[in-house]
Ligand binder design. Structure first.
Ligand code: NAP
Length: 245
């Protein structure tokens, strides 16, 4: 019986994990919530680089590696591609396309934190939706700026910053209320391409706010790449139809 190792950590991965079999393994880094009701096995924590992942795959008799990690989780995707090379096991990846600016959008791409800091200089009330990284900079917020940060878990703020602990999906009406209360003058985001976090862009558009987008990292090419979870799921059914259905 073939065995799948699914590298996850995003909603699309969890949806696929919920349809895998008892011999399959769903793997999480361990930063977020851990589901307790999966039909497959759950393992949590790093493998120890590409070599560690390859060794795990060999010892567990993995036949197919699925990379359905976040598009900004570049290290684990690189490790997955390398482990596939080392073991000769195929790697399939979900490479969700990024959001595209529409008419009237003022989106500016920045390549890293340094470029982002410089681009932020004219603003007073930025809203960060980058995850944990801005938490490392709470002690160096420029005079005249008040930051609101949203990340998975709560965190103490300070007199120049407030941290909101919240997990998507985020509702359009709730986002409108948050932007109105916070009086943000710029939105900072990754370009995840996820519908779960897209409403904030709609609100920025409605309010005419600029959006600073952190550029996507380069991800490795793997044997098969899919742009949607549905197309990946279809291919999985062809891979082992009788076991999954
Ligand atoms: P990363 O920088 O690409 O990975 C760092 C290390 O974490 C990897 O080298 C690996 O450790 C371990 N790791 C990552 N994903 C793993 C998985 N699914 N199973 C087992 N080990 C894993 O990743 P990150 O940006 O810190 O993100 C960590 C996890 O959170 C990812 O699984 C990602 O899907 C999820 N996530 C990330 C973001 C984001 O914005 N980056 C957003 C939402 C969810 P070893 O080298 O020891 O194997």
């Amino acid at each position: 019986m073939s065995r799948i190792l699914l590298l996850g950590g995003v909603g699309d991965a969890l949806n696929i994990a919920r349809r895998l079999g008892p011999q399959d393994i769903y793997s999480l880094a361990g930063l977020g919530k851990q589901p307790s009701d999966l039909p497959c096995q759950l393992r949590v924590g790093g493998f120890g680089g590409a070599e560690g992942l390859a060794a795990f795959m060999a010892s567990e008799g993995i036949d197919l590696l699925l990379d359905i990690t976040h598009p900004y989780a570049a290290q684990i995707s690189a490790n997955a591609a390398r482990a596939a090379e080392l073991t000769g096991v195929p790697c399939w990846a979900l490479r969700r396309p990024g959001w595209q600016a529409g008419f009237g959008d003022d989106w500016r791409e920045v390549s890293d934190w340094g470029e982002l800091s410089a681009a932020l200089a004219p603003f007073k009330q930025p809203f960060f939706t980058l995850g944990r990284e801005p938490l490392e900079h709470l002690q160096s917020i420029p005079d005249g700026q008040f930051w609101v940060l949203r990340s998975l878990d709560g965190h103490p703020g300070n007199d120049r910053a407030r941290v909101i602990g919240a997990r998507g999906p985020f509702d359009l009406e709730d986002e409108r209320a948050l932007f109105a209360a916070g009086q943000f003058d710029v939105l900072i985001s990754k370009n995840s391409g996820s519908t779960a976090t897209e409403p904030k862009l709609q609100v920025a558009r409605e309010l005419g706010l600029p959006v600073l987008l952190l550029a996507r990292p380069l991800l490795p090419v793997v044997e098969r790449e899919f742009v949607s979870a549905d197309s990946l799921w279809q291919a999985l059914q062809d891979f082992r139809p009788t076991e999954i259905l």
